[in-house]
Write a protein that binds this ligand. Structure first.
Ligand code: SF4
Ligand code: SF4
Length: 441
């Protein structure tokens, strides 16, 4: 694609990067076929190609964002299916991240939208605030119907509908410390405790630590870790996202200096995509560029790490049929497609893949709150495809997808690690009935 940026514009490294990306796009439109918003809405401006044109026009003319571009960029899920499909290697992720930051800087949103976004940014990344907000959600639940009738309050209704009725207690295993591996030492890793997942389902990381230590891997929960920054990053709040990235880079660098790390284990693929991008996000910061690149190179999804471990034979031989839902951040963001399915199959599960597996479930960070209508359409489509597999359980590797799919599916939805842990001798995952998990021992 031809571009027309001035030399002065290209002196801004963010613009220069976007220009490089734009020039790779050959307008072929292959990406439209796999874009969930184009498939759902049928509008070229809600396709990757349409958004690329809008971003190009906004950046080239150096003008503030307007309502039209904000509407179409806000509808983008950042699912990155377009990057998987694109034959020209267009890095849509970095382009849309730049556009979102530009929108945040130059566009004044309506008051309720501003307040909703500000509230999400100051609550979700902080487990204690998020836990308190979930407790308060019970008070608002009787008003969901009313909020749904008022367009500006639909995000509040969506939030209340997604909030679980009860919240598990905080996990002691999330506190800083070291969990020693059993038997011969096979490695030393740090684990991201994260934010929303540690509140909604702390058992995911507890299970991960339990399985890793049984396999002989020492697991460190470093002091000073926090939210990966993805939630605010996708809202264009660059300063907050970079502050989170720096905080985590510092925490993991200390852990590396104090005994080395083979990997930084991440159990929510949405976080994994962002942490693997820290090297890019902090490339312009001389104090952090190198450290951030090192952290990104060590970041591994738990299934990526386990697949390279040479696991023993499972303790149980489950025959359970599992529908594997590959989160967008797993398959498109990190290109991890094989490992979770192979691990489940090796552990004795019968793995089925739903149709249209490339399409987002509509969760996408805060998307199911900020764009509840499109999100619900994508969720229902996803659940229909999952249920058509005839599976007894759904497995996936991202807390956002778990919450989203479970809000409409009749099947139990669990993190992949819980099924693997069970097959390798751990307890049955909570919420899964005995009838669903059958082991021929
Ligand atoms: S990230 Fe997803 S929703 Fe956004 S343009 Fe690409 S395919 Fe479409
Ligand atoms: S597939 Fe790639 S090159 Fe083709 S229009 Fe989409 S982004 Fe551009």
């Amino acid at each position: 694609m031809q571009t027309n940026f001035s030399l002065a514009q290209l002196a801004d490294p963010h613009v220069a990067e976007s220009e490089r990306i734009l020039r790779k796009c050959v307008h072929c439109g292959f990406c439209t076929a796999t874009c969930p918003t184009y498939v759902t809405l049928g509008n070229e401006l809600d396709s990757p190609r349409g958004r690329i044109y809008l971003i190009k026009d906004m950046l080239e003319n150096g003008r503030p964002a307007d309502k039209e571009i904000v509407t179409h960029i806000d509808r983008c899920l950042s699912c990155l299916a377009c990057m998987t499909t694109c034959p020209s290697g267009v890095n849509y992720m970095h382009l849309v991240d730049h556009a979102r930051a530009h929108i945040q800087e130059t566009y004044r949103r309506p008051l309720i939208d501003r307040l909703t976004r500000a509230m999400l940014a100051v609550v979700l990344p902080y487990p204690s605030r998020f836990r308190a907000a979930l407790r308060l959600a019970g008070l608002g639940r009787p008003f969901v119907g009313l909020f749904e009738k008022l367009p500006a309050l639909k995000p509040v209704a969506a939030m209340l509908k997604l909030a679980p009725a009860s919240i598990p207690p905080a996990s002691p295993m999330a506190s800083p410390g070291t969990h020693a591996g059993q038997g011969a030492k096979r490695g030393r890793v740090a684990i991201l405790t994260g934010c929303a997942q540690s509140v909604l389902d702390p058992a995911i990381n507890e299970t991960t630590i339990s399985l890793l230590t049984r396999l002989g891997v020492e697991v460190v929960v470093p002091e000073g870790e926090g939210c990966c920054g993805a939630l605010v990053h996708h809202m264009g709040r660059e300063a907050a996202a970079l502050a989170s990235a720096r905080q985590n880079v510092d925490a993991w660098t200390r852990a590396i200096d104090q005994g080395g790390l083979d990997a930084i284990i991440i159990t929510a693929s949405g976080c994994g995509t962002t942490i693997k991008d820290y090297g890019f996000m902090l490339r312009l910061d001389p104090a952090y560029a190198e450290k951030a690149a090192r952290v990104s190179s060590l970041a591994k999804d738990i299934t990526e790490y386990l697949a390279a471990l040479d696991l023993p034979e499972p303790v149980r031989k489950p025959g359970t049929i599992v529908a594997y839902h590959s989160a967008c951040s797993m398959q498109h963001g990190q290109k991890i497609t094989r490992q979770p399915k192979e691990l489940l199959a090796k552990a004795g599960f019968v793995v089925r893949e739903p149709r249209e597996g490339h399409l987002c479930c509509g969760s996408a960070g805060t998307y199911n709150i900020l764009q509840p209508e499109i999100s619900a359409k994508l969720r229902d489509r996803k659940v229909k495809n999952i249920e058509a597999t005839g599976a007894e359980i759904v497995a996936t590797g991202n807390i956002g997808c778990i919450t989203q799919i479970a809000s409409a599916a009749k099947l139990p939805v669990v993190h992949t690690i819980k099924l693997l842990d069970w097959a390798y001798g751990g307890p049955k995952p909570e919420g899964v009935s005995d009838a669903k998990l059958v082991a021929a021992e």
